[in-house]
Every structure is written in C-alpha cells, then in structure tokens.
Design a binder for this molecule. Structure first.
Ligand code: NOJ
Length: 562
C-alpha cells in the first residue's frame, strides 16, 4: 500500500483574499491566516494549501505573479510569511504553496523586458508571433473568453495568453526560463515549505507550430484544449523538475490537470513516474456541462449514475498505481452544497453527506474554506457586484453578442467563481467578522445563520461532523488505503461502496437526493456485527437490517472486522 504522509493527510484550501483580514483594509491577509491557525488545527487538518500570495497586480487574484520571491503587499510581507510558516509548523501542520508556472503577470520584469524589442534577451521568455491575414496567429480561444493572442503595438507582434491578457504564457522551450523556474522552486523549498499545487501545469507545452484548431463553424476563435493540454513534453519537463529539484525534499505535490482521464493521469502520478504525487481531475466538474464542447456556463442537471461511473473509474484505475486528490469545491467552482446537495431545504444533511463522500474515497480529501460550515453560492443582483475576471469577461462577451441580461445572470449565479470567493463567514457580526473595513467583495447575506461561531456551538453542525470524519481517517487505515468496490452501479439515488483492507471492510451508503429510497443489502454483505462509525442522522431503532429506508441525504459508514 506504499504508505505516505500525504496520503494520510487532510488538506484545507485557503483563498487568502477572502479568508481573514487583520488590518481592516477589506482584503484577507497572512496575519489573518495566522490568527486562524488554531481553528484549523482544532478542525484536524494536516496540510494547508494557500492560493498564490506572491507579488501581483491582482488581475486574477494572485494567479498573475509579478515577483515569485516577494509577497503581495495587500497580504503582508516576507516576515509575515516566515512567521506564518513557523506558526503552521509549530502546530504540527504543513504548508503547500500554490505556484503558477504556466504564465506570469504582464507586470513581471521578464515580460516588461520581453515586450520592449524583438532582440531583447528576454524576448523568447514568452511566446511571440507575427499576425496572420491581418488577425492573430491562430484561432485558439482563451479560457477567459476571446483569442489567446494579444497584439502589442511596440513590436507589431502578438503574445500568447491561455488565460487573461494580463497573464502571458511563459515559453518552457527556453532553457533559461526552465532554469530560473527551477531555482525559484528550490528557493521556496529551502525556506521550508512542504509542497506545491502546480497551477495549470497541464498547459506548459503547446502543440509544435501553434497550428489552427479545427473550426467546423468558422467562428473567430475555437476551444482548442487539445493543442495545449497534457502533451507528451509536459512529462519530460516535469521529470526534469523532479530529478533536479523536487526529489531532494520530502514534500507533497499536486498538479492541476484538466482534460484527462485516470489512465492518462497515471503518466503524472503513476508510481515510478518521478513527476507528481496527485493531480486534480475535472471529469466530475463537467457532469453538469450541457455538452463536451460548450464549456462550463451552459448547464444541465448532473446525473448520479454518471458521477459513480467517473469516480469509480478514478478509484479503480489509480488503486495501487497512483493516488487521487478528492474534492467537490475550490476557488474556481460553485459551492459544493449548492451544486451537489440542497442548499435550500436540506443544507445541513446534504453538506454532511457530501463530506462523507469525499472523506471515504481512496485519495487525499481537500476541504475548501467554508465548506466545513456549509457555505453556499451567492446570487448578486448586478454584474457590478462581481469581481472575477472570468465572470466579467463572460458577461461582456455575451452582452456584446446580444444575449439577454437575465439569461447571462442566471448562468453567472450558477457557475461564477465568485460563488466560492465571498468572505469566510466567521461570526454574525457585520461583514461576518471577516473584516472591520469594507470587504473587497460582498459577504453572502446568509452569514447571520451560517458562520463558524454558530457551527462550533452546535454539536450537530456540519463543522463538528467534519471533525469527526477527519478523526476517523486518522484512526482507521482502511479509510485511507482500502480498496474501493462500487455497489448498485445503476441506482439513481443511492451511491454505495465498500473499502477493504486486510480484515477490515468499510461500507459507505449515501443517499444523494431528498427522497427516501430503500437500500437493499447486496448479497455477501450483512450489517450484523458491523459498527456504525458515523452518520448524519440518529440511528433508527428496530429497522430491518436487510432493507434500510434512507432519509433525505442520509449518509452512513459502517465498519466490519472479518
Ligand atoms: C487555475 C486557477 O485555479 C485559477 O483560479 C486561475 O484563474 C487559472 N488557473 C490561471 O492561473
């Protein structure tokens, strides 16, 4: 089973700008994080993943870095960082940095140099091309709407940016770029950080020659993900990074790799690959997308049988060969309880059921800030209240093409990344206790009811349920390493599975919806002698153990020793 600390850990993700503000400027900061470390320790988390905190003009909340070795001034100073790291370690926790190696900010000195002239020594640190037929060099569409190419008058050429025009892509074919990035990664490791989440790492290599993508409808730009996702040379570059730098440190690494299935993921995380420990997969995040090519904004209801198919495939393919990173939410996704649960009539039971799911699969569970108190999506009335560059660009593009306002806002309410970026709800005081100033983005109006103080007081809260789940993981190896087997693959409401390790069997039964289906015990399984480890409801007295009538969003985890 190849035990590792990062397999046994629970990760908590912090989006610093929205976590805790210590100085009243309305923006979360490092001192704010330090002030909440006891809270995280008490929750039981082992690793804290902090989204980018480097110097940045903040066009994409820090995912546009202008100095890799400095701290964003709004977040604090390098002294604050050193103190944060020390305080995390003092509490026996670890720190995973979020590192953006695919692109920098347009304000990074490398890019400032690069754009000056065609013969500048830093010119080829980025990807520059001449235009074609009076337009951009190819038809690729950026993740944040529009072309991936931005015209730069100074040299009459275009530079490539897979994200916003303020995030020019680095040229990983340039040995000096690679060497400088390696040195920088090592610089952070020497400071004592415990790992990295490598942002957009699947995209560091682009198709040779940057050819046009197929464009059957002759649109101005097309989604061309296959031109810049998970290409073979990404692995050569990652192995090089591993052999030269990562190998020498006992750290945890996770890559953000959209657009792949588990077999392909093994190229990144397979034992013996010398690349990464795990990757974030996106297949389950696209189950509510209307069609493969339509992107994230056009949605359809997701389907449980499909979810089982996707998750089970990852569970079985990676077992004994790699490792999963399990999540339902992060700073780029809607709130999990609003998307996969019911945030109106069953918020508490459904949030607990989803937590049970993520914490009982094989893989490392990731909790996104606020998920542990069941924070929900927001629906701001006006686009003026949104801050996310992706959302604003989408709005602009749709307005320009004549889509009615109400239709655009409907999509934004469902899918905007700002759903997960509203300030952490600490208490019922003004601005949810997040800041004494004016928050950079509005607080969700439900903070009087949903907040940490309330959750800590209530022994039946989602928060206390998370604590128990985390403790169980530390107690039972079968939760970490047990082999997964899906039960009832075609049941439309119940997701059930077993996990087996040596003489222990874990049985997980999850009712994913608000009705009361019957769970018929499959042959070979028997609840006699099983211990109920955790559930989001009181056990029913005198129930028929062969036919369990589940309550809305009920979750039960049983353990049996053979
Ligand atoms: C993925 C990050 O999670 C997202 O927030 C960011 O906008 C893009 N990569 C670009 O760095």
């Amino acid at each position: 089973m190849n035990p590792k600390w990062w397999k046994e850990s629970v990760v908590y993700q912090i989006y610093p700008i929205s976590f805790m503000d210590s100085n009243g400027d309305g923006i979360g900061d490092l001192r704010g994080i330090i002030s909440k470390l006891d809270y995280l320790k008490d929750l039981g988390v082992d690793v804290i993943w902090v989204c980018p905190i480097y110097k940045s003009p903040n066009h994409d909340n820090g995912y546009d870095i202008s100095d890799y070795c400095d701290i964003m001034k709004e977040f604090g100073t390098m002294e604050d960082f050193d103190l944060m790291l020390k305080e995390i370690h003092l509490r026996g926790m670890k720190l995973m940095m979020d590192l953006v190696l695919n692109h920098t900010s347009h304000e990074h000195p490398w890019f400032q140099e690069s754009r000056k002239s065609k013969d500048n020594p830093k010119r080829d640190f980025y990807i520059w091309r001449k235009g074609k037929n009076g337009g951009p060099p190819n038809n690729w569409e950026s993740y944040f709407s529009g072309s991936v190419w931005e015209y730069d008058e100074a040299t009459d050429e275009y530079y490539l940016h897979l994200y916003s025009k303020y995030q020019p892509d680095l040229n990983w074919e340039h040995p000096e770029v690679v060497a400088k990035l390696h040195d920088m990664v090592e610089w952070w490791l020497k400071k004592g950080v415990d790992g990295f989440r490598f942002d957009a790492i699947a995209h560091i290599v682009k198709q040779q020659g940057l050819p046009d993508a197929d464009n059957p409808h002759q649109t101005t730009t097309v989604r061309a993900y296959e031109m810049f996702s998970n290409l073979d040379d990404v692995h050569t570059l990652l192995q090089n990074l591993y052999d030269k730098v990562l190998y020498f440190y006992d750290i945890m690494t996770v890559g953000e790799t959209s657009g792949l299935g588990p077999e392909q993921a093994l190229d990144y995380v397979g034992d013996g690959r010398r690349e990464l420990n795990m990757t974030f997969q996106f297949e389950h995040m696209f189950l509510d997308a209307a069609s493969a090519g339509s992107g994230k904004w056009d949605t359809v209801p997701w389907n449980l049988i499909e979810l089982k198919k996707v998750m089970s495939n990852w569970q079985t393919v990676l077992h004994n060969r790699g490792w999963n990173a399990n999540y339902l939410c992060n700073h780029d996704q809607p709130r999990s309880v609003s998307r996969f649960g019911d945030d109106v009539t069953c918020r508490v039971p459904s949030a607990k059921m989803l937590a049970t799911f993520i914490h009982t699969l094989e893989g490392t569970p990731y909790i996104y800030q606020g998920e542990e108190i069941g924070m929900t999506n927001v629906a701001f009335d006006s686009i003026d209240e949104y801050r996310d560059v992706e959302t604003l660009n989408y709005y602009e593009e749709k307005r320009t093409s004549g889509v009615p306002e109400a239709e655009i806002m409907r999509a934004i309410h469902k899918k905007s990344r700002d759903n997960a970026r509203t300030p952490m709800q600490w208490d019922a005081t003004e601005h949810a206790g997040f800041t004494e100033g004016t928050p950079w983005i509005k607080v969700n109006s439900n903070y009087m009811e949903i907040n940490v103080v309330q959750a800590m007081k209530d022994p039946d809260s989602i928060y206390h349920y998370y604590k128990r789940l985390i403790q169980l993981r530390k107690k039972f190896k079968v939760i970490v390493y047990g082999e997964y087997r899906l039960l009832l693959p075609l049941h439309e409401e119940i997701y059930a599975y077993t996990r087996t390790l040596d003489n222990e069997v874990l049985l997980v039964i999850l009712n994913f919806f608000g009705k009361e289906p019957i769970f018929e015990m499959p042959e070979g399984l028997d609840l006699q002698g099983m211990e109920l480890l955790i559930s989001n409801y009181e056990p029913r007295k005198g129930e028929d153990l062969a036919r369990l009538k589940l309550r809305p969003f009920e979750a039960r985890v049983y353990l049996k020793k053979l």
